[in-house]
Design a protein around this ligand. Structure first.
Ligand code: SF4
Ligand code: SF4
Length: 358
């Protein structure tokens, strides 16, 4: 059984030289899970969500569904209530609603007819199904997570480790913090300024006015009007508008964004009562994450698979194995250890780890 020691978390590493054989990768993932004694973390008939991202249309780095065959067969011994969980994107592409999202998932090999496991888009059709979780941290008192994430018994966070233009590195902490947030939670992390009405796109439907909790929106001459003095910046109007009539700015600075992201990850841990495990896949580590709709060349050689119950330790191990310099050369303005330091400060996990090669 994997345990936190007082000062260090255990992180398991299985090195993989050849990423061309799906059967070998599936076996390797399963072996990391087994050495973590992962099945013992699962209770009979748990509703177990495997959190991953299907990638944007046109990308090729996403985690392949064939790689999950071994681990899902093993998990099925404990529960048939297994599902893949993902949330809608904030930006308006196919994956910003559940229907488009399921089409992309299917094109990338996921779904009941392919992997044999259903997919649930955790924040619903338009990304509005959220649940508030109290965390009482530095940026947020409460975070708004995808509702289904909060209803899940156990979350297996499966992350393709890449670089990221706003957080430096994207791995378990990002998959949990940004990836488990409802759309409104993603907006609050990314934006520090109040939304604005884009009059040219507004069709005057009034949906934003109905949902606004601060009575800050009215309709004049068939256009939304936002009263800034009343607005509390909750972002609900931007999420409900289907016409692009509410503009948001991705203007949060890289330090605050990383800190907000790990506070959201803390929300996941609080919602699940620590019923969480992480697997980080260190292959095809590219400059950008799988939300880019294009293939990219890797920036380092492939490494292998990490496993831990500690999302902070596993990301620190990924950072150390890839080399902090690799990311800082690409993103010199981003100190990606901000996310690790803040995550440890808010007691999400430990940055100190014992690396155990299997
Ligand atoms: S901003 Fe969007 S939701 Fe609000 S009235 Fe205009 S179109 Fe409708
Ligand atoms: S951000 Fe929230 S408070 Fe501000 S106008 Fe939109 S819905 Fe209303």
């Amino acid at each position: 059984m994997q345990n936190h020691s007082v000062t260090k978390s255990k992180v398991y590493l299985k090195r993989i030289d050849d990423w061309t054989s799906s059967a070998a990768i599936s076996e390797a993932l399963l072996s990391v899970w087994q050495i973590m004694d992962g099945d013992r973390l699962i209770k009979k008939d748990d509703f177990l969500g495997i959190k991953l991202t299907f990638g944007e249309e046109g990308t090729c780095g996403y985690i392949k569904s064939d790689w999950l065959k071994g681990i899902t067969a093993s998990l099925r011994q404990k529960t048939e209530n297994l599902f893949v969980i993902e949330t809608n994107t904030l930006y308006r592409e196919k994956r910003s609603n559940a229907v488009g999202h399921l089409h992309v998932a299917h094109a990338h090999g996921y779904g009941i007819g392919q992997l044999g496991i259903p997919i649930i888009i955790g924040d619903g059709l338009h990304g509005r199904n959220s649940q508030s979780i109290a965390i009482r941290a530095e940026h947020f008192e409460n975070v708004k997570l995808a509702k289904t994430v909060c209803e899940t018994d156990f979350l297996l966070c499966l992350s393709h480790v890449t670089g990221h233009c706003q957080t430096g590195m994207a791995a378990a902490l990002k998959n949990l913090g940004m990836g488990c947030a409802a759309r409104v939670g993603k907006l609050i992390q990314h934006s520090k300024t109040l939304p604005e009405v884009a009059a040219a796109k507004c069709i005057g439907c009034g949906e934003c006015m109905k949902i606004c909790p601060a009575n800050a929106i009215g309709i004049k001459k068939k256009k939304a009007m936002l009263v800034k003095e009343r607005c509390i910046g909750c972002g609900e109007c931007a999420v409900i508008c289907r016409s692009g009539g509410i503009e948001i700015k991705y203007d949060e600075n890289v330090v605050n964004l990383q800190e907000k992201m790990v506070e959201y990850a803390l929300g996941v841990k609080k919602a699940l009562g620590s019923r969480l495990a992480c697997l980080n896949l260190l292959y095809s580590v590219t400059k950008n994450c799988d939300c880019m709709s294009k293939g990219e060349k890797p920036i380092v050689s492939d490494i292998g698979i990490l496993g831990s119950i500690d999302p902070v330790a596993i990301d620190k191990a990924a950072m150390d194995l890839i080399g902090k310099k690799t990311f800082s050369e690409i993103y010199p303005e981003i100190d990606l250890e901000v996310q690790i330091r803040h995550a440890e400060k808010i007691k999400l996990g430990l940055s100190d780890y014992e690396l155990i090669e299997v």
